[in-house]
Design a protein around this ligand. Structure first.
Ligand SMILES: [Zn+2]
Length: 161
């Protein structure tokens, strides 16, 4: 059968992945196997390490379908492969449910690594990626004590930070 990664309730457009799944012209049964919890708090972008990202997904995404999965072969589609955390957590959930083989297909693959940390050019401490409230634009921040960090407060953009 073929399925897609879970659609977040807040994703625009809604049901983006499910729509992609049902638009595919393939001779396989289509099943929406995964669901994001409506009670998601935080964002995967705040998770700096792959283990944290996988944990985040597994906390809020579950296999909600009643379809029998044992010994089945399943294809999962996603629009974009970023760090592999979404990929691996969805695959693990299927394998845990007894699926025999999983093929993961992503339409886009980021050829540049997603920057998840950087070093402050001013004080040398590790910076964090923050997101500007106004428009969600990412920037590096050497988080100062006022914000529970130990850094100097430096901010830089991701492109030449
Ligand atoms: Zn600094």
């Amino acid at each position: 059968m073929i399925t897609c990664v879970a659609d977040k309730a807040t994703t625009k457009p809604p049901r983006k992945m499910a729509t992609l799944l049902h638009a595919l012209d393939v001779g396989l049964p289509k099943e929406e196997l995964f669901t994001w919890s409506p009670n998601v708090t935080g964002s995967i972008r705040q998770e700096k390490k792959r283990a944290g990202r996988m944990e985040f997904i597994k906390r809020f995404v579950s296999l909600t379908s009643q379809v029998e999965l044992r010994d089945k072969n399943v294809v999962i589609v996603d629009d974009q492969y970023t760090t592999g955390a979404t990929t691996m957590s969805h695959i693990e959930m299927l394998l845990d449910a007894g699926v025999r083989n999983v093929l993961f297909v992503a339409l886009f693959y980021l050829t540049e690594e997603v920057p998840i940390e950087n070093t402050c050019p001013r004080c040398g401490k590790p910076t964090r990626i923050k997101y500007r409230k106004r428009d969600g634009a990412p920037f590096y921040n050497c988080v100062p004590p006022d914000y529970n960090g130990t850094g100097c407060g430096w901010m830089g953009n991701l492109a030449n930070g």
